[in-house]
Ligand binder design. Structure first.
Ligand code: AMP
Ligand code: GLY
Length: 414
């Protein structure tokens, strides 16, 4: 379920399993239409999705985006005894409510920024007026990745509070805020998988959020990714697992809110060690596009084991190779952009290049055209990041659509 690059990558990986015969994607994109049957069912149309799964005897449903998870799609499938991969509504609060996740982290001593939760606009203003800057202001609920402001000045912080709590730019998501200290360090996205008893680390990746080279310009949903992070040591991986990911999944069990599925830790690697910026209740996008090509094991078997609470029987194996993915975006993105522009050159890339679709569709004449801000991820594996990066950049200019742009410095580090 879903329509982005993450979902195309999930479909691509699941389609490689010898145990998988048919895949349906709701609603999908042009990329998923080559590997599965796209369904014209929207992500929030839970009743129709459940009915489709029942009528077609779907063995496993995989939920991509956070919105349906937070709305309880997993609960709706489970109520009909349908097998579904992802956390239920209660566990998905770890992403859907920043107040919930900060309370959990503070209670269980999981390293994160010092913070307060405030639900009154007047009190929040008072708090900001009495604190030293910088501060980070976060809307409690889901805000399509836009509810976080790193405020360097008091004016910026007050402006953010006004947008979130007074104007309610993100609706009910802004009825409370988390206000926290700004952390300094390197950002890393890490992933673990969990069933009711066991959790297992997957791998980590780094996302480049700013639209232009050199991390300039406004933030986007992600302009490219690489895995593993160049600064990731065995020691850091162990710290992330032992101090953050495993204790968080254990904490959810202790809270009687067991977490099923992939837990995404958005971390800051500070001088004092790794700390959590946020948790997400799903795979990352565009992280998935560089993580799943590194997975040697059968993803379908892993997901099935999670839904059976039998993850302990699985040994997840990973390729040693590094992976780099560069996003090709529509002209104007992250601002406004044109759609329905024909995409050329998709078949002109080398055989070892993977092109995952995000904002694409097939138009009435059968052509692949653009249909979103982030259009494609061009991805390669290599024996190291430099080799993978080189392969991507040797190929990416063969693909074209009017106005397309991409960063030239993905995986070139800071
Ligand atoms: P989040 O949605 O919480 O991951 O925040 C979005 C972005 O805001 C992150 O990728 C960071 O760049 C930044 N951010 C969030 N929290 C903090 C923090 N406490 N200190 C510094 N930067 C932060
Ligand atoms: N890459 C950011 C996200 O998936 O939330």
């Amino acid at each position: 379920m879903g329509s982005g690059g993450r979902e195309h990558t999930l479909v691509w990986k699941l389609s490689q399993s010898p145990k998988v015969t048919d895949i349906y994607t709701a609603p999908g994109n042009a990329g998923t239409s080559f590997l599965s049957q796209n369904l014209e069912i929207k992500a929030d149309d839970v009743d129709t999705l459940v009915r489709f799964a029942l009528e077609n005897k779907i063995d496993l449903t995989v939920i991509g985006p956070e919105g349906p998870l937070a709305a309880g799609i997993v609960d709706a499938f489970q109520a009909k005894d349908l097998r579904v991969f992802g956390p239920n509504k209660t566990a998905a609060q770890i992403e859907a409510s920043k107040v919930f996740s900060k309370n959990l982290m503070h209670k269980y001593g999981i390293p994160c920024a010092n913070s307060v939760n405030i639900s009154s606009y007047e009190e929040a203003k008072k708090y900001v007026n009495n604190q030293q800057m910088p501060l980070v202001i976060k809307a409690d609920g889901l805000a399509a990745g836009k509810g976080v402001v790193v405020a360097e000045t008091r004016e910026q912080a007050l402006h953010a509070l006004s947008d979130i709590m007074d104007s309610r730019l993100y609706g009910e998501a802004g009825s409370s805020v988390v206000i926290e200290e700004k952390m300094i360090g390197k950002e890393m996205s890490t992933f673990s998988i969990a069933d009711a008893f066991t959790s297992m680390p997957m791998v980590s990746a780094c996302d480049h959020k700013a639209v232009y080279d050199g991390n300039k310009g406004p933030n986007t949903g992600g302009m490219g990714c690489y895995s593993p992070p160049y600064f990731l040591t065995t020691e850091l991986s162990a710290q992330v697992a032992d101090k953050i990911m495993n204790p968080t999944i254990q904490a959810m069990i202790k809270e009687d809110k067991p977490y099923h599925g992939v837990l995404y830790g958005g971390l800051m690697i500070t001088n004092e060690g790794p700390k959590v910026m946020e948790f997400n209740a799903r795979f990352g996008d565009p992280e998935t596009q560089v993580i799943l090509p590194r997975l040697k094991s059968d993803l379908f078997e892993i997901m099935l084991a999670v839904t059976d609470n039998n993850l302990k029987s699985i040994e997840m194996e990973w390729h040693e190779d590094a992976c780099v993915g560069v996003v090709m975006a529509s002209g104007g993105y992250p601002g406004s952009f044109k759609k329905e522009l024909p995409i050329s050159g998709l078949n002109d890339v080398d055989n070892d290049i993977m092109v995952f679709h995000a904002g694409t569709k097939i138009d009435s004449s059968g052509k692949i055209v653009t249909d979103g801000g982030r259009v494609l991820s061009v991805v390669a594996l290599g024996k190291n990041l430099a080799e993978a990066r080189q392969k991507v950049y040797n190929n990416i200019s063969r693909i074209h659509f009017e106005g397309c742009h991409y960063r030239r410095d993905i995986a070139l580090f800071d």
